[in-house]
Ligand binder design. Sequence first.
Ligand SMILES: *Cc1c(COP(=O)(O)O)cnc(C)c1O
Length: 509
Amino acid sequence: MENISYANLTAEQTLNAADQSPQFLDIFHQHTAESYSLAIDQAKEMVLKFLENQQKPFSGITPLQLGEQFNKIEFDVPLASYDELFKEVQGLYVDHATAFHLPNYIAHLNCPVVIPALAAEVLISAINSSQDTWDQSAGGTLIERRLIHWTAHQIGFGDRADGVFTGGGSQSNLMGLLLARDCFALNRLNHNIKVDGNPPEASRFRVFVSDKSHFSNQKNASLLGLGEQGVMQVETDSRFKMKSDALEEAILNELELGNIPFAIVATAGTTDFGNVDPLEAISALAAKYKLWMHVDAAYGCGLLLTDQHKYLLKGIEKADSVTIDYHKSFFQPISSSAFIVRDKNSLEIIRHHADYLNPKEQDYEEYPAQINKSITQSTRRFDALKLWFTLRLLGREKLGEYMDAIISTAKEAADLINRDPELELLSESDISVLVFRYRSLKLKHVDLCALNQYIKKKMFHTGEVLVASTKVNGSFYLKFTIFNPITTVNDIKNILGIIKTYGAAYPEQ
Ligand SMILES: *Cc1c(COP(=O)(O)O)cnc(C)c1O
């Protein structure tokens, strides 16, 4: 009999299972509970081993070394058991997976995750609800809606707010720009882009972002047919926050050129510096020039959770739309994000009816369907359950404390760097990113970019600590993204020590 796998079942279990349902033993159904349970137990064991074994954030393996292991695999010959499968995956993946939970991982915006969300993942994947319509996810629809409204309330939006879970911040930013463009064309040019496509003047549409905003803005502008040329990068100040006077100048300049400003994207927590653009001043300009204001709070959204630091987002409540990445500062497993609008009417613009799924005649007050608000996904994971588990068990305050801890560690780390003559900090951070470089006190004419690249490379290949890097005005800098509440100032001291040791060992050129 083909298509049957008795892998890792005992003889007795095999007989039982075969008795009840002689076929399809690998499909999750009412007669395969035991098989499911054994597989999940083994997966859990593998996770526990990962926690136990992973002593450093990264093994340091190269693509060449790992690639060799892949070459040996006869992909079209299935393995005989879960034991073999887990063993293979351990070598190919788990042993070299970046361990975001370790305090020495301070590279990118990857958070450690909270345990209740991991429990929710087990339900999400097995029950496999799809968040498009009521008949595919009844409780799931209401859970998602409740969380969207809760988030909107944290932002300071009123009862007219609405939104949807998305696959990530880039996708939420796309929705923001799309609604901004389409509402502008509809209300001001009497042109329906959804139906008729971009109007001829779309090549003159302009959106304003800071020169430290996320690159997804450029990608999204191209996707929307506006071209990257439609994105105006506004100058930033010494903390790399958008200068509001430069923003007004840029708007006036584009108007003078005969171009058509329609939106501003403010960044609440830049990826490179963790700083928040001046939201109040930007909202005043958005109102003055009748522009859509989108706030990209993919990183900074966690500030909503803490009464101590929420003031940093003052003005966010005046936005038309907001990007939230729960998989960043809400400590959720990937993916978990949302797009929230101040006025749910604007979402009507993307609604599209399919007779088989969400017919026009249905009353969506009575039978809500999240698909009406989703642009790029029909079948969609029930990611909202993770956040539900988290908030119901831990609550907002606990998550907020994690955020406070991160901010406090970053402040102390900034002080350490500032006090050290061998280190040079480029900017303080509202949240938790520090961009800095090592400078040699003994090598006077050394190329600082090459020196810091050398340090980064050394650290990457030993894998003991993982830090990131970035370029500012053409120069190479090291970058800490402190995103783990269990990372302590001592961990930071230790990492800075390693950086200085490599720096001091830099061979004189
Ligand atoms: C991470 C990030 C994004 C992109 O979010 P994804 O979830 O990675 O798609 C957008 N904007 C900012 C400011 C970010 O930090």
